[in-house]
Design a protein around this ligand. Structure first.
Ligand code: NDP
Ligand code: GUE
Length: 299
């Protein structure tokens, strides 16, 4: 029997633990956890993500501030806002929603966030800690951290002897995901657009993770029978059956056919997506504990 992994339910469990941790920090140290989310421009999908992040932060009992900047914001104005948030003691986590409008450079902005407030895990200090196997000292990118929680739920914490294939090598997802799997003792392959015979590479995977941005690219005959399939892709495609101009979300995996071969598989929506938001909350409360000189809980 194939297991459909319920990311919503796992995310709800993480959120309960975050709420409890935030409550304890407030009661015992008088510290209210604070998250600042910065969004520039008016991309509707980005606005939808950002408002669900702000809403969830409030639900966790955090101070939640959202900075919505106009499309024509300059590099200097955005940099000045990050400096202000860096210096603000009530803010423990800063997230700058990506992508930024084309006239802005995201890299200098991300690298100017204090590493201890970089709840996206994109600062070189945090990426470097993960790459060198220091999983407790830094902050780990939310989506791979969330995907890893789902893998652990199926395969346990030690992946010794298992082959893992990650399709995609972005700094936001593919690279940190490969690092986490390697850290858990899997034998890891990073596949990408230059990989030869991707289907054959994937068929070798006990754990197959797809983060490409191509709707339903992974087919049933790419999946090893019994494999754990984690679909990170978020693709909005036209859905004529719902009426003119309507769309629906699909992942990078052809869910129906792959579910017949896989041992466990994440759906889209309802898989990795909700975990991303939950792990953002977890990273923020971790940052607040560290700032207060306390050992943070593990999620
Ligand atoms: N659920 C969630 O919370 C999140 C979902 N996402 C989703 O995950 C997907 C990937 O995101 P992200 O990592 O930021 O994307 P990027 O566009 O940064 O990276 C895509 C990767 O896919 C590789 N790729 C592209 N085409 C192919 C192909 N034909 N065969 C094999 N590999 C290919 C690229 O290879 P190369 O490097 O060679 O160009 C690249 O490494 C997107 O759908 C995004 O929306 C992202 C973040 C969070
Ligand atoms: N600095 C930065 N950090 C990010 O982590 C980041 C980002 N920028 N830019 C965009 C991507 C994308 N991303 C998602 C978050 C939640 C869902 C999510 O909740 N998805 C729901 C469905 C949502 C819907 O229905 O539209 C689900 O899959 O069930 C998806 C995608 C975070 N990203």
């Amino acid at each position: 029997m194939t297991t459909t992994i319920d990311g919503k339910q796992v995310a709800a469990t993480v959120i309960e633990a975050v709420k409890a941790a935030a409550g304890k920090l407030e009661k015992e140290a008088g510290v209210k956890t604070g998250l600042a989310v910065v969004i520039v421009g008016d991309d509707p999908a980005s606005h939808a993500y950002v408002s669900s992040k702000s809403r969830m932060a409030k639900e966790c009992g955090f101070t939640s501030v959202q900075h919505t900047l106009p499309e024509e914001t300059t590099q200097e104005e955005l940099a000045a806002l990050v400096q202000k948030l860096n210096a603000d003691d009530t803010i423990h986590g800063i997230l700058v929603q990506l992508p930024l409008p084309r006239h802005l450079q995201s890299e200098p902005i991300i690298q100017s966030i204090l590493p201890e407030k970089d709840v996206d895990g994109l600062h070189v200090v945090n990426a470097g800690k993960l790459a060198t196997g220091d999983l407790e000292g830094g902050l780990i990118s939310c989506t791979p951290a969330g995907a890893m929680v789902l893998v652990r739920g199926i395969r346990g914490g030690d992946l010794s002897g298992l082959n893992a294939v990650v399709i995609g090598r972005s700094n936001l997802f593919g690279k940190p995901m490969a690092a986490l799997l390697l850290n858990a003792n899997a034998t890891v392959t990073s596949a990408h657009s230059r990989t030869k015979d991707l289907a054959a590479v994937c068929r070798n995977a006990d754990i197959l993770v797809a983060a490409v941005g191509r709707p339903q690219m992974v087919k049933a005959d790419w999946v090893k029978p019994g494999a754990t399939v984690i679909d990170v892709g978020i693709n909005r495609v036209p859905a004529q059956e719902r009426g003119e101009g309507k769309s629906r979300l699909v992942g990078d995996v052809a869910f129906g056919e792959c579910a017949e071969v896989a041992g466990a598989i994440t759906p889209v929506p309802g898989g990795v997506g909700p975990m991303t938001i939950a792990m953002l909350m977890a990273n923020t409360v971790i940052a607040a504990y560290r700032r207060a000189g306390l050992k943070p809980p593990r999620f």
